[in-house]
Write a protein that binds this ligand. Structure first.
Ligand SMILES: CC(C)(COP(=O)(O)OP(=O)(O)OC[C@H]1O[C@@H](n2cnc3c(N)ncnc32)[C@H](O)[C@@H]1OP(=O)(O)O)[C@@H](O)C(=O)NCCC(=O)NCCS
Length: 201
């Protein structure tokens, strides 16, 4: 069965967490970087379908979930929701900690849980939505990424959202090429990577 795209169902959440980890290091497997396998997804996947399940879509083949796109329509409101509903419990669960200097990066994500970097308000005004997309290696290169972006774009347009942005690590050249192929353009160049934007108007 070729993979199909469908709306998110709450039973998808564990697979979304797993795929986030398996694609979390510049598009590759991040498992060896984190002692806690859930931590990365607590920041970059989990909160989106919990906050707004209508803006998560998944790709499914005969073996199960192979990819997802998660998004928020309004980054500023989402950041407020994170402060009220998402971070407090995680801040209690993950107290700040030192770098154990063993190659693991949990401490860096924990630091971000306690001090989440806010989106640039000027950017969030023109491109209020933001998104993350990840597909397992076996599902890449078959047009599913494009279908997921198009599905999300249609859902955002239906809500009258004028644009979407995302952040990508400069080392992830494959993803950058993909985003440009599906219509994103450079928004801001940072030291860590770049913000890309897609006009939906
Ligand atoms: C990046 C990713 C989402 C792309 O999805 P995909 O399903 O593999 O891409 P598609 O098959 O839909 O490709 C769409 C277009 O992008 C191009 N493209 C996709 N991956 C590419 C790559 N690595 N290099 C160059 N072009 C690429 C395709 O050639 C295609 O072009 P066309 O439609 O004009 O012919 C997917 O490969 C992935 O999840 N990678 C690992 C996780 C990751 O890096 N996520 C992004 C983190 S910011």
């Amino acid at each position: 069965m070729p993979a199909v795209i469908r709306p998110y169902h709450p039973s998808d959440l564990p697979s979304i967490y797993r795929i986030c980890l398996l694609t979390g290091e510049v598009g590759g497997d991040a498992t060896s970087l984190y002692r806690d396998p859930d931590l990365l997804s607590h920041l970059y996947a989990g909160p989106y379908p919990v906050a707004d399940p209508g803006l998560t879509f998944v790709a499914v083949d005969e073996l199960g979930l192979v990819g997802y796109i998660v998004a928020t329509a309004d980054t500023a409101r989402f950041e407020q929701w994170l402060e009220e509903a998402w971070w407090p419990t995680l801040r209690a669960r993950y107290p700040l900690r030192e770098d154990p200097r063993d190659g693991t990066e949990d401490h860096a994500l924990v630091q971000r849980i306690h001090d989440w970097p806010r989106a640039d308000p000027a950017l969030a005004e023109r491109f209020p939505a933001h998104m993350h997309i990840d597909l397992l290696p076996r599902a890449q290169g078959q047009g599913l990424g494009r279908q997921l972006v198009e599905t999300l774009s249609a859902a955002l347009r239906e809500r009258g959202v004028p644009g979407v942005h995302l952040g990508v690590d400069d080392r992830n050249q494959g993803a950058i090429a993909f985003y440009h192929r599906v219509g994103f353009t450079l928004g801001v160049q940072h030291q860590w990577g770049r913000t890309l934007t897609l006009d939906l108007s």
